[in-house]
Ligand binder design. Structure first.
Ligand SMILES: Cc1ncc(COP(=O)(O)O)c(C=O)c1O
Length: 432
């Protein structure tokens, strides 16, 4: 669909007006920043709606259930939006759970994840604040059982399994395989199955595997499906019957207009996964549980664009540096794992394109990107950093005591603040 396509160097959902200024969902970026300040995280709701609906259509066609992974980006209004579109919500901390609760999401729609969960998080599951908990460790299973049995409650448990193969993606966003901390390994799974069989406080609800993020190849997903079937088989051998087999998220998103992989074709991937899963379950004589996915990035990444005001343009001996009024604190991805986010001028400028290093204003060498930008950009002009809906704001920090930006949704009927900008008072409120 055209709405999902890049146009030249403009990411999906971005356009230029007649004078060359950048617009998002029909609204001028200059106007957005004038009204809401900068840096500013914008969410293009038409694009997000189209993505969500397309995903739900293909998931329904393949009989796959979808739970949105809140860690990519969550606000109460986003949580409501996803649930209204038929998704559940995956949370991985009390903070994410609190956001979902503030949005009024029923517990039955929530799944609690996380490795190294706190006692309070285990208690949230015991208290029925989530529909199910994904257990990442055998000792966690034991601790959960103890909490549940002293409270006289029964908790639905999904077992996260380690995959033996790692996917083809960056080490920092690989979440499976023997080199990572995630999930219960093949060595320990028999203990987990036996424990679940004997626990009167834990109800086995299913199996889970998540390979990693920014995965662009179908074979990584068929490996996940095969691993899930293996785990279902092991569980069935001790009499445990699953309702769900959850294959994680990780569907790769295109980040560069001219290079690098295109976004993974999610409908084709889901069809292939569902077919392989159904066939394998039948061949092994297993009842076929519901196949689930929990995407984050592929749902929201390209609906997000971050606008920055240029603070300084410095021609050093070898490079032109463009310093913007945000950076590492609102988007640590380039610094953390060399993630590429394309950058375009949002202010209309007609100069020849020339190389530039776009930096944030932190006291680090915090490059956001190396790109070609008009040679006549000046302090005060705006830049737009593309594809920032996922894992930018949600990973933001207060390094250098910068406040986190506002998030606004831009829709046909106007612009709405989803999360307000952090003020100096916010930054000082914890100090004594
Ligand atoms: C367990 C789990 N599920 C789902 C996701 C979502 O991945 P993505 O945003 O790449 O779709 C993550 C991301 O790290 C995860 O850890």
């Amino acid at each position: 669909m055209a709405i999902f396509e890049w146009h030249g160097e403009l990411a999906p959902g971005l356009q230029r007006d007649a004078r060359g200024g950048l617009i998002i969902a029909g609204v001028s970026t200059e106007q957005l920043v004038r009204e809401f300040g900068s840096p500013l995280v914008t969410i293009n709701m038409a694009l997000l709606r189209a993505r969500t609906e397309a995903l739900q259509t293909s998931a329904n066609a393949s009989g796959v259930s979808v739970s949105y992974s809140a860690k990519a980006m969550i606000t109460p209004s986003l949580a409501r939006f996803f649930v209204e579109h038929g998704m559940g919500i995956d949370v991985c901390s009390l903070g994410e759970l609190a956001v979902a609760e503030r949005a009024g999401i029923p517990a039955s729609h929530l799944t609690l994840h996380g490795s190294g969960k706190s006692d309070l998080e285990l208690m949230a599951a015991v208290d029925g604040r989530v529909g199910r908990i994904v257990v990442d460790d055998v000792l966690e299973l034991v601790a959960l059982h103890d909490c549940a049995s002293s409270a006289g409650r029964i908790v639905d448990v999904v077992v996260r399994c380690t995959l033996s193969d790692a996917p083809h993606t960056h080490k920092a966003i690989t979440t499976s395989g023997d080199e990572t901390k995630f999930g219960i390994s093949a060595r320990d799974r028999p203990t987990a199955w036996q424990f679940l069989r004997e626990s009167s406080s834990l109800r086995f609800s299913g199996v889970h595997a998540h390979a990693g993020s920014q995965i662009y190849d179908l074979p990584s997903y068929t490996s996940v499906v095969d691993a899930l079937v293996e785990c279902l088989t092991e569980a069935a051998e001790v009499g445990l019957v699953a309702d769900y087999a959850i294959a994680g998220g990780g569907f790769g998103v295109r980040m560069h207009p001219f290079a690098g992989p295109d976004s993974l074709d999610v409908p084709t991937t889901l069809r292939a996964m569902a077919l392989r899963f159904g066939t394998a379950c039948r061949e092994r004589g297993l009842p076929t549980p519901i196949l689930g996915i929990e995407p984050g990035r592929s749902v929201i990444a390209d609906a997000g664009t971050t606008l920055y005001r240029i603070q300084a343009v410095k021609q050093q001996e070898r490079h032109r540096f463009i310093i913007v009024d945000g950076g590492l604190c609102d988007n640590p991805r380039p610094a953390l794992y060399d993630a590429y986010h394309h950058v375009v001028a949002a202010t209309a400028r007609s100069g020849e394109r020339a190389p530039a290093i776009v930096c944030g204003r932190s006291c680090e060498n915090d490059e956001l990107a190396r790109v070609e930008l008009p040679s006549d950009l000046l302090p005060g002009d705006l830049l737009a950093v593309c594809t920032t809906g996922a894992y930018t704001y949600s990973m933001a920090s207060n390094y250098n005591r910068f406040g986190r930006p506002a998030i606004v949704s831009v829709d046909d009927d106007g612009v709405t603040v989803m999360t307000r900008r952090e003020t100096l008072d916010d930054l000082l409120r914890l100090d004594r």
